[in-house]
Each structure stands twice: as C-alpha cells, then as structure tokens.
Design a protein around this ligand. Structure first.
Ligand code: SAM
Ligand code: SF4
Length: 368
C-alpha cells in the first residue's frame, strides 16, 4: 500500500506535467487542469503567479470604470441589464458633466486605465466619444482609454479610436455556437466579426468567456479557454456565471469558483503576457474572491467610479453586485504581494495598438 506522502508526490508530478504542457501551449491538458483541487490546484496557482511575475513583474494594474448607460438593445439571457430587464424609469444615460467629474476623480487617484462601459446601444456612441476625448486630453499624464460598449457601427469604432481610445473589450462569452445563439440571440460569428474589426482598426482587444453558464459542460469551458488564447488578444478574462434576480436564468446554479480560478491560471500559463482581470463577480462566489483571482495569476483590478445613484442602476451580474472601491482594490493588491504599476499604458508594449496590422478583408461586419 502507498504511504500518503507517496500519493501526494505522484499527484504533484502529474500536476507539474500538466503545468508544463500548458506552458508549452498544449490545449489537450486544459480540461485536466480545470479539475484540479487541493495540492494540484495550489501547484497550478503557484505556476501561474510565477509566470505573471516573470513576464510582467510583481505588478498589478488598476482600472477605473465609468458606466455610461444601462440601456441595452440585446437580450442576453444571463444579464440583468438585458432589454426589458431594467424598468423604463430606471434607465439612465450619464450627463457630460457627470462623466467629466468621474474621469477627473479617476485621474486624481493612482489609476492606470480609464475604462468606459455600457449596455449595447447606438445611443451611447456620442457620449463615449465625448468621454474618450476628455480622458485622452489628460496629457501629459495620458492614461490608457479602454472601452467596453458592445457592438457599435464600424464608423463609431473608427471615431472612438481617432478620439484617443486605445483598447476595447468584447468577450465572446461562449464559443459553443448553439449555446451562444441560445443565450445571446445572435450568432457567435457576429460577435467575432466585431472583434476582428476592432483589431483591424488598431485597438488592443480584450476578450473572454463566462464559466458555469447553464447548459455548458466543463469540456465547453476548456474549449473557451483554448478559443480565447488562440484569438491572440492582449487581454483575456473569465468570470463566473452569476444568476441575476430578474433574468430568465435566476434559478440556475452559480458558476463554480474553483473552476473559474483554475481558468485564470490556465490562461496565464498559456498566454503569460496577457492582461487578465480578477473580476468583481468573484467576490460574489465567497470571501476574498478577487484576492483569490490575483493569487491564481490575474493582474488587474477594476475600481468603480460611476456616480452612486447610477451605479445602483447598472445591474451587471445581479442587482446587488459588489462595487469595488479603491481601498478594497489596494488591499487585495497588497495582500497578493503585488504593487501597483505606475505605467498609464497598462498593456505590455508588444500588445499596444494594432495587434494584427490592417486586414481589410476581415473588416466586414455581420449585420447588427
Ligand atoms: N454590453 C457590453 C457587452 O456585453 O459587451 C458590455 C457590458 S456587459 C454588462 C459586460 C460583461 O458582463 C459581459 O461581457 C458579460 O460577460 C458579463 N455578464 C453579464 N451578466 C453576467 C452574468 N450574469 N454572469 C457573468 N457575467 C455576466
Ligand atoms: Fe446587454 Fe452586454 Fe448585458 Fe448582453 S451582456 S444584455 S449586451 S449589457
């Protein structure tokens, strides 16, 4: 019979083998690593932290987000901000004054990146261009301007880029063609065509997926990681599925915290220079979720600067979400033994600007 230390050693050897395979870009081991718990999981986290620190230094990036509007034309089944999910009297579009004041507060704090987020609506375009100009005008203390506004017209992307926006997050959410269409009401290819358009315009792009969506087996989570890494974007993210109160999926199970943390580590090992956030949704999965994300290899925390009335109406994940204040972000960064970078362009230089130089043939956008 094996002594307990012997089985622990065998386990460590096999987890080390899997970590090495992931570092070599071997997608066949993603599924094994997603299942890691206990000593294997700790070995995975440690390897991911080491990869991050080797490539990016012991540093973390702070983003400051302003949520421009909770209007959305889409009906993603998982999202409380879906069309019809927010009562008409609760809809808001921030005024220019409120936006300028929020950006002013971001720039007064030790924040590296100004992030502008919203539901998907053409009505946000003008406001986003205004906000981008305000943020980009903060020379010489120029911060990266990061957008996450859903699908917009090609001309709007170009105007935003010309106004000084550097980067854009558009998650593919799930790479399972059928699940994507069921949950989001549009083909996966539509979202992908916009990701390619953003890349071809010269945005540094972020993408990613949700873990634990109803109807999503673990194999599909593994496929999503492989798919996201293969897209070669500068930023990758993964968040646990949160069953929001007023959504059709309110009775579904929350995405698994350990699987989400493992996904962060796997992405880090397969794409060591990527910018990977520890999302606020992790706090909803149990205590110190964002700290756990940093300990699994993430390197970004986003602080919320939306004015408080409107922040209460921006129902991302669920109505009573965790709104990250600056002191919380600084605390988890400190506890993870990281320091805040002073670089206001958070992306590694290789990832700034155009990821793939102009590829006109990829600029076709599927109908919106
Ligand atoms: N409307 C834009 C879009 O969809 O790209 C940006 C805002 S949207 C609220 C930002 C992200 O929230 C989405 O990409 C999605 O991954 C995430 N999200 C929304 N509801 C979620 C939920 N219930 N659980 C986990 N992630 C969720
Ligand atoms: Fe709209 Fe984005 Fe929510 Fe989908 S995830 S409903 S596009 S806000």
């Amino acid at each position: 019979m094996f002594a307990p230390w012997a089985s622990k050693m065998i386990s460590m050897r096999s987890s080390q083998e899997i970590v090495t395979a992931l570092e070599e870009g071997e997608p066949g081991r993603i599924l094994d690593a997603l299942k890691f718990r206990g000593v294997d999981q700790q070995a995975l986290f440690k390897a991911a932290r080491e990869a991050r620190d080797r490539v990016l230094g012991h540093s973390a990036i702070l983003r400051g987000v302003v949520e421009l509007t909770n209007l959305c034309r889409m009906s993603c089944l998982y999202c409380p901000m879906r069309r019809g999910g927010v009562a008409a009297e609760e809809h808001y579009l921030l005024s220019q004054d409120l936006i300028a004041a929020a950006i002013e507060r971001i720039c007064a704090d030790p924040i590296n990146v100004v992030s502008l987020q919203s539901g998907e609506t053409p009505r946000v375009a003008e406001l986003a261009i205004f906000a981008t100009r305000v943020a980009a005008a903060k020379a010489p203390d120029r911060r990266e301007v990061l957008l996450c506004l859903g699908k917009q017209e090609l001309q709007v992307y170009e105007d935003l880029r010309a106004s000084g926006a550097d980067s854009y997050i558009m998650k593919f959410e799930t790479s399972d063609v059928r699940l994507h269409e069921t949950l989001r009401g549009e083909p996966l290819e539509t979202r992908l065509s916009h990701i390619r358009a953003l890349q071809s315009i010269g945005f540094a792009v972020g993408t990613g997926s949700i873990v634990g969506l109803p109807g999503q087996p673990l194999e599909s989570v593994a496929d999503d990681i492989q798919f996201g890494v293969a897209l070669g974007t500068a930023m990758l993210s993964v968040s646990p599925f949160i069953p929001g109160e007023r959504t059709p999926l309110r009775h579904a199970k929350m995405g698994d915290r350990d699987t989400t943390l493992n996904a962060i580590s796997i992405m880090r090992l397969m794409s060591p220079a990527a910018t990977i956030p520890t999302v606020s949704a992790l706090e909803l999965t149990g205590g110190d979720g964002q700290l756990a994300g940093l300990m699994a290899g993430a390197n970004v925390v986003t602080v919320n600067y939306t004015p408080s009335r409107e922040a209460g109406l921006y129902h991302i994940y669920r109505e009573n979400r965790f709104r990250v204040p600056l002191d919380h972000a600084l605390r988890v960064i400190d506890l993870a033994n990281l320091s805040c970078t002073e670089d206001h362009m958070s992306l590694p230089s290789a990832n700034r600007g155009a990821i793939k130089a102009h590829q006109p043939e990829q600029r076709t956008i599927v109908e919106m």
